[in-house]
Design a binder for this molecule. Sequence first.
Ligand SMILES: Cc1cc2nc3c(=O)[nH]c(=O)nc-3n(C[C@H](O)[C@H](O)[C@H](O)COP(=O)(O)OP(=O)(O)OC[C@H]3O[C@@H](n4cnc5c(N)ncnc54)[C@H](O)[C@@H]3O)c2cc1C
Length: 324
Amino acid sequence: MYYNNREIEAFLAAGPSPYRMNYPLSKASTFRIGGNAAFAVSPQTEEELASLLDYCRREKLYHAVIGNGSNVLFDDEGFDGMIILTSALNRIAAEGELLMAGCGVPLTKLAAEAEKNGLGGLEFAYGIPGTLGGAVYMNAGAYGGEMCCVIRQVGWYDPESGVQGVFENRDCAFGYRDSVFQHRDLIVLWASLSLQRRERSLIRADMNDYMSRRREKQPLEFPSAGSTFKRFPGYFTGKLIEEAGLKGFTVGGAQVSEKHAGFVINRGNATASDVKRLIEAVKDRIYRQNGIRIECEVRFIPSVGGSAESEPKASSDRAAESLQ
Ligand SMILES: Cc1cc2nc3c(=O)[nH]c(=O)nc-3n(C[C@H](O)[C@H](O)[C@H](O)COP(=O)(O)OP(=O)(O)OC[C@H]3O[C@@H](n4cnc5c(N)ncnc54)[C@H](O)[C@@H]3O)c2cc1C
């Protein structure tokens, strides 16, 4: 797609949202991988976010809304359009047993806020490095908890039609690492969470326990996007990968973590292509060994056109060969 970058820059320069051109996407992803985005913009209000999305629709400008980038793999070619970063949409308000927050609020901060207000239910989310928007989109979960168990309402914006609305929990079609927002390309603006009164010291004890389990089990010293694959019903994917002898398996700078086989890590100089080839090789081996097709949890953001993809588009031949 050919864009007139001067016109886009003029639009951004005239608007209130801070922006950057040729923004290195490695800075916007916990994988620390990705080429440059033509534009990266940080709206300061929901109205600014909506107006940026309206502009993208009018100009047919390719765009992606990104929270903390802790579940995405950007392309080595970068992104030929506008990356919209939500980190400034970070208001939080508590009212009785309800917590309301903007989509850019970090989950760990939100869990700490719940604890401060003596509200239990969000302990599981402490240590998940995403934002509220990304967590709703992914229906993030850990240690027996999931966003769908605490979400009451979600405010959304439809970039296709410019329509704004509010979903009740039941409208969100939450499933395992799944929600309606993935299928209708709706943008999460804010969410309210329904929590319960709980002794603060008990909440804190659970949060600390979860955090220390993460530090013990997960390769937090390396850049990654967390668990690369979804659980396959009846199996622990990390265990399957370990049993296939793939711990430490490396393609370029990407590696199946020695510490936790469910994590693909960036050893320092991995490219998106390394990660994709590694993923395909692992999937291929698990299929040949166990007869099941494991799926990716990480979302792939292509450099041009289309929305986030749930499976990588890359040839796996070379990596698959090296596994035989
Ligand atoms: C070390 C580590 C540990 C992790 N542990 C867990 C865990 O225990 N459980 C778990 O579930 N996940 C875990 N994750 C994965 C990740 O943190 C979650 O999926 C998180 O919810 C993603 O949030 P994010 O803001 O980073 O989303 P991003 O990575 O920025 O985006 C993910 C997807 O959501 C979309 N998106 C983001 N914000 C919005 C919005 N406002 N509206 C609409 N779409 C949006 C993006 O376009 C993208 O497709 C872990 C990741 C890491 C790196």
